[in-house]
Design a binder for this molecule. Structure first.
Ligand code: HEC
Ligand SMILES: [Cu+2]
Length: 357
């Protein structure tokens, strides 16, 4: 074959190795996902061989010339129990194996670096906490756990990085997350794997895995000048949020300092954790979740803030700590140096005494 068309052969081998069936394993989770995948394939092939062999053996052994008269068999409890319990055991092994892997993929370690990705027809918009924005590209450092928070601006999309063996839906109106840790510097495919309209096939990009030093250099070079939290602070003021959330005791809205990641008691008696999704939801639909002790007077901001703006606000509210009234009165240069130390790699650590849910 290589004699006929070396170019075609080269192409085929290259394609098989690098792309279609076995993309490189470039994340910590990839070898585990592959192990499960190959175990499933092995199991299925074993089952196929077993069944086909038995069909063949029985067809020869019990053929008409040797057994002209059919014999009625009344059944065997032992046999039936065997062929029920053995497959059940095998399926349960795969169920537990798959579940353990699932928990690993969807539970980011608390020290993860958070990156926001907004899907829209037809591109991926990436926003880093330090204010770096990218389209159809995602730069990340190797060896650092990354949590991607996804949302869609229009229809369902699916965020997939085959080399990392991760895939997660980007859903309109709801944050979803996916976590991975890249192991090898390089350039990897980023796909939308859910048909999302005419140019779905063009909704592709590249993930650039860099050494931490290269990443720091890239982040310093590509920042838009303001972190997400700083943009959020500006929006907070320009949308008039601080009229009610001034942090003063007489304010009409609750103090938002230290609210992130705490348990909030609502008027209906239930409690919710004030995570990113909760903060986003209270801005768009304040009346659905009213904290105990407050009147439902917050206006809805549905249709007034873009997903990017909501991300900025969420990031701003996440950084608010007990001295936020002081922070709001700082001038811009002091603010940027104060906040520069809390953004960048790593989530802002939880304030002391705040219980992580
Ligand atoms: C008219 C006053 C008012 C304005 C303006 C306002 N809020 Fe509120 N906000 C409230 C009140 C009152 C509550 C609690 C009751 C409720 O949810 O309706 C609240 C609740 C919240 C909560 C949930 C806090 C918690 O402790 O659970 C967040 C987050 C929030 N607001 C963010 C914002 C943002 C961001 C803006 C600007 C885009 C904003 N608010 C504008 C009055 C206001
Ligand atoms: Cu898409």
């Amino acid at each position: 074959m290589s004699h006929i068309s070396p170019v075609l052969w080269e192409f085929l081998v290259h394609w098989l190795k690098n792309f279609a069936i076995f993309p490189p394993e470039a994340s910590t989770i990839a070898p585990y996902a592959d192990a499960l995948y190959f175990a499933l394939v092995g199991m299925t092939v074993t089952g196929l061989i077993l069944v086909m062999t038995m069909v063949l053996v029985f067809a020869i052994r019990y053929r008409q010339e040797r057994h002209p008269e059919a014999v009625q068999i009344e059944g065997s409890t032992l046999l039936e129990a065997t062929w029920t319990l053995i497959p059940l055991g095998i399926f349960l092994v795969f169920f537990v194996w798959g579940a353990l892997l699932y928990f690993r993929v969807f539970n980011a370690p608390p020290n993860s670096m958070n990156v926001y990705v907004v899907g829209k027809q037809w591109m991926w918009k990436v926003e880093h906490q330090g204010g770096q924005h990218e389209i159809n590209a995602l730069h990340i450092p190797e060896g650092v756990p990354i949590q991607v928070t996804l949302i869609s601006q229009d229809v369902f999309h699916s965020f997939s990085i085959p080399a990392f063996r991760v895939k997660r839906e980007a859903i309109p109106g709801r944050y979803t997350t996916v976590y991975f840790q890249a192991t090898t510097p390089g350039k990897y495919h980023l796909f939308c794997t859910q048909y999302c309209g005419t140019n779905h096939s063009g909704m592709i990009g590249w993930v650039y895995v860099m050494t931490p030093a290269d990443y720091r250099a890239w982040a310093a070079e590509n920042t838009s000048g303001a972190s997400l939290a700083q943009n959020g602070e500006r929006l907070f003021a320009s949308m008039g949020c601080n009229a009610c959330h001034s942090g003063n005791a007489s304010a009409r809205g609750p103090n938002l300092a230290n609210v992130y990641n705490t348990r909030i008691r609502l008027t209906d008696g239930s409690t919710v954790v004030a995570n990113e999704a909760y903060i986003r939801e209270t801005i768009l639909n304040p009346s659905t979740q009213v904290p105990a002790g407050y009147a439902p007077i917050m206006p809805t901001y549905q249709g007034q803030i873009s997903e990017d703006g909501l991300i900025d606000l969420v990031e701003y509210i996440k950084t608010l700590d007990s001295n936020y009234r002081i922070q709001q009165t700082l001038n811009k240069s002091e603010l940027s140096s104060a906040q520069a130390s809390t953004v960048g790699v790593g989530k802002t650590p939880l304030p002391q005494g705040v219980a992580k849910p």
